[in-house]
Write a protein that binds this ligand. Structure first.
Ligand SMILES: [Zn+2]
Length: 452
């Protein structure tokens, strides 16, 4: 690393240098001097280097430098259901949680992102508001098969499909024939299909979810619904040679299906979420609809099965599935799990929630970075994200991995601070977040990303 530009202009060579006693890099956890130019990591040097920079930041002793997280599963709901959430509030929450890139889900906004004009409406809403980088998934729904190629061309990162009721009428589910047609098309395009995999037949045969008992809600969405849908999806994907990704996996009993498909050469990946790794059904109070999400939080043994799936690599990524709604739609007053909206908002809490559980099970920060930054960036094909390495965007997080805090909903930045983490003590505090070398959170400096 040169000490100065050598141009005789007196200009510093780098706009920012960050020194960290520990950083999670692709070469391991080590002390670094990160030199940033034009918003990118120009060099990652050792602790003794003194590059010439406009400003130098020294991380405090307990802080570790991480790459900014990439959350590939966030429901922003704007435009159309902006009273549920929005790009300004969701991306502020993301920045506060160390997330510097999010990929927005195609449903719950109006219109849903199932056409090119709808994608344009999304981009118009996000552009002036986003404080972190934002990309978009498209939707594959009944009736838009012929439009998938256009959405792919317009830069969506892939397509989301539901195999069961999505919860909103404008985003329909694919039946077996529809799924086959979509897989043929995504395989032809070389696009990724990401799937909410619960089987509508199994759900229809299960007990009704109405009532305040959590056990009743859990029985209404059994693991068999996920396992059956995943088996069908993997068989269909194999017929077409299509690349599929299983969203928010909550059933550990589906892991052998994924392992078998991989052994047969399938390009299948899976994600899970902080809530499935943190909570268990035995501990969810009756009437506590803030815990309702679909698929549901299952029992403690299942939770440990998901952790084993992460440890063994069958689950590659952890994403928030941040899915807010107005508090009234959670029906906390009646505690009716049948009536409540299913969704947990945790884009701001995912990192400490996962770290709190991961460290107890012997995982290191490098594992968390692999699941929440490197792996998610790779899933979305974002070559400039997900690692502290030369050429990548200088998206960085100063994380105190030993500090603890108690979750206070009033300190959450997303629109409606309803959270099942309220009052929980978590380990790990995000101190600062940089987006392309600039402090993230205040200015709408986020860029709109397209598939590369
Ligand atoms: Zn979701």
């Amino acid at each position: 690393m040169r000490a100065a530009s050598g141009q005789g202009t007196g200009m510093a060579e780098y706009e920012l240098v960050i020194r960290a006693p520990r950083a999670v890099t692709p070469d391991g956890v080590r002390p670094v001097t990160v030199a940033i130019r034009d918003g990118r990591v120009a060099a990652v040097a050792g602790p003794g280097e003194t590059p010439d920079a406009v400003s130098v930041e020294e991380l405090a002793g307990p802080e570790v430098l991480l790459p900014g997280l990439v959350d590939t599963h966030v429901h922003v709901n704007e435009p159309g259901r902006t009273e549920w959430e929005g790009f300004a509030s969701a991306t502020r929450a993301a920045a506060a949680g160390g997330v510097t890139t999010l990929i927005d889900m195609p449903l719950n906004s109006l219109p849903p992102t199932t056409t090119v004009p709808a994608l344009a409406a999304k981009r118009a809403a996000a552009g002036p508001a986003a404080v972190v980088d934002v990309g978009f998934w498209g939707g594959a729904v009944p009736g838009n098969l012929a439009g998938l190629a256009g959405l792919h061309e317009a830069g969506v990162f892939g397509f989301k499909a539901f195999l069961a009721d999505s919860g909103v009428p404008e985003f329909g589910l694919l039946d077996a024939t529809g799924l086959d047609e979509v897989l043929a098309e995504t395989a032809r395009l070389g696009a990724l299909l990401i799937v909410h995999a619960e089987d509508p037949g199994v759900l229809a045969a299960a007990p009704d979810p109405a009532g305040w008992a959590y056990a009743g809600f859990l029985a209404s969405r059994p693991a068999a619904a996920e396992d059956t849908a995943i088996a069908g999806l993997l068989a269909a994907a194999a017929r077409h040679g299509a690349r599929v990704h299983i969203l928010h996996l909550a059933s550990a009993s589906a892991l052998p299906l994924i392992a078998a498909a991989r052994a047969d050469g399938a390009a299948v990946t899976a994600e899970t979420c902080p809530h499935y790794l943190s909570f268990c059904a035995e501990e969810v109070p009756d009437g506590a609809t803030e815990f309702k999400c679909c698929p549901p939080v299952r029992d403690a043994a299942n939770r440990e099965g998901l952790w084993a799936g992460l440890a063994g690599g069958l689950i590659g990524t952890v994403v928030s599935d941040h899915s807010p709604c107005p508090p009234a739609l959670k029906h906390r007053d009646t505690g009716d799990f049948g009536a409540a909206w299913g969704g947990i908002s945790s884009v701001q809490l995912g990192l400490p929630a996962v770290w709190t559980q991961a460290r107890r099970r012997g995982h290191g920060l490098a594992d968390v970075v692999r699941w929440m930054a490197e792996g998610t960036a790779a899933l979305a094909g974002l070559a400039a994200k997900g690692a502290i390495a030369p050429g990548r965007d200088a998206d960085l997080v100063a994380f105190d991995d030993t500090a603890t805090f108690t979750v206070d909903p009033s300190r959450l930045e997303h629109r409606h601070p309803v959270t099942p983490y309220a009052g929980r003590t978590l380990t790990g505090v995000v101190r600062r977040t940089w987006l392309r070398g600039l402090e993230a959170g205040a200015a709408p400096a986020g860029r709109l990303l397209t598939r590369q």
